[in-house]
Design a protein around this ligand. Structure first.
Ligand code: SOE
Length: 387
């Protein structure tokens, strides 16, 4: 069987999730090519060696440019902060490598356009990893919508709430700096909701948004909570937070549906509360990532004495991806979505199968993100540029 040599750039949270998927997917799925974990690239050599050993990467490198230039690498997997995506992806495309890029695609639409142009010109496979599209229950939602179960869609209500920075002593990591991240939970979390909304409902025509920042100054990474809370005069090692802490957006879709999106890192008690609700003329669908095997569905065509939402456990063998895993009722989790992405990506590279979202989807999503930031800054509704 053909091998596909993968290089991963980045070794943190997403590095781990992707590594697990590259390594494990062929054990469960029939794949047209065998991913080889060729080289892991990161800055901190000590942690990189441990990371490579744990996940079975054959080699390590501290220079992504060397990695991209290697003849024995077929795929570049990008798992680094957002500000590095464009440069790495463009170099990878120019070197003829297929690209698996973690979300969000980029900070700006200018970067997204350049990435899309480079990948298109090079004719390489370009995939933007919004892993939640590949939750079987969400794939089921897509099938139900395409089959007319929901009918004409009236409303989308998407919400992605977390609480990991409520403590003001949480340090100023790259996620809290606009230069690195583009924006805060808007790029990080609303991007996921926008991707699902585009997948399930359609393109977004205009938006109106509000953002706010609750904690404007934080300890620099390494300065630590103790320094921050030590009292006036000892709080010198702090820096400015340059992103929002919460971003709420209203949207009108091209098909006339009205939607709302809320993203916050200040929703105390919410750890990874990613939900959506879709309401239509024939029925409705709701989803909650913290119960990701389930889809709540409502049909107006049920008899009146049975009207109500029911819970579908999307673990039957006919649900997408499930037959490769366990028997019905043996639930799957967060990491499985990355496996599904790897399987589909390899099918795109090895067999020419279609894959989405691509960098084109990423550009469209970034245009929505940008329009919302403009709306929040100017206090007006903004039309979203289409592509
Ligand atoms: C952190 O907010 C984060 O890890 C996101 O970056 C991921 O995309 C999301 O799936 C979970 O939360």
């Amino acid at each position: 069987m053909r091998s596909l040599n993968v290089a991963i750039i980045g070794q943190n949270f997403m590095g781990k999730a992707h590594s697990h998927a590259w390594r494990n997917a062929p054990r469960f799925f029939e794949m047209g090519a065998r991913p080889v974990l060729k080289v892991a690239c990161g800055r901190d050599q000590a942690t990189l060696e441990r990371f490579a050993h744990t996940w079975g990467w054959e080699e390590t490198s501290s220079d992504w440019r060397d990695v991209v230039a290697r003849d024995d690498v077929d795929v570049i997997d990008i798992c680094v902060p957002t500000n590095l995506h464009a440069e790495i992806a463009i170099a990878a495309a120019e070197a003829g490598k297929h690209i698996f890029c973690e979300k969000p695609l980029s900070r700006t639409s200018a970067e997204a356009r350049a990435m899309l142009a480079a990948a298109t010109d090079a004719g390489v496979v370009h995939y933007l990893n919004h892993n939640y599209r590949r939750v079987p229950a969400i794939m089921l939602a897509k099938r139900l919508i395409d089959d007319g179960f929901v009918g004409r869609i009236f409303h989308w209500r998407g919400s992605y709430l977390q609480d990991w920075i409520v403590d003001p002593s949480f340090p100023l990591t790259w996620h809290l700096q606009a230069d690195a991240a583009g924006s805060g939970p808007h790029h990080d979390l609303n991007s996921h909701s926008i991707d699902l909304a585009r997948f399930l409902v359609g393109d977004i025509a205009s938006v109106s948004a509000m953002t706010t920042t609750f904690v404007r100054e934080r300890p620099l990474p390494g300065a630590g909570a103790a320094t921050f809370s030590a009292g006036a005069g000892e709080v010198s090692e702090t820096g400015e937070v340059t992103v929002e802490d919460a971003a709420f957006m209203l949207a009108e879709f091209e098909n006339g549906a009205l939607g709302s999106f809320s993203a916050s890192r200040f929703a105390s008690g919410r750890k990874n509360h990613h939900t959506f609700e879709i309401y239509g003329s024939e029925g409705s669908i709701t989803f909650d990532l913290e119960r990701l095997n389930e889809l709540e569905v409502f049909s107006r065509h049920d008899p009146s004495y049975l009207q109500g939402f029911r819970t579908v456990l999307a673990t039957e063998s006919e649900h997408p991806y499930i037959s490769a895993w366990w028997p019905p009722g043996h639930t799957i989790g967060y990491e499985h979505t990355f496996h599904h992405a790897v399987v589909d990506f390899v099918a795109a590279v090895a067999d020419g199968a279609a894959i989405a979202p691509t960098f084109d989807d990423g550009l469209r999503e970034t245009l929505v993100l940008e329009a919302a930031l403009r709306s929040a800054a100017d206090g007006v509704r903004v039309t979203v540029e289409q592509g």
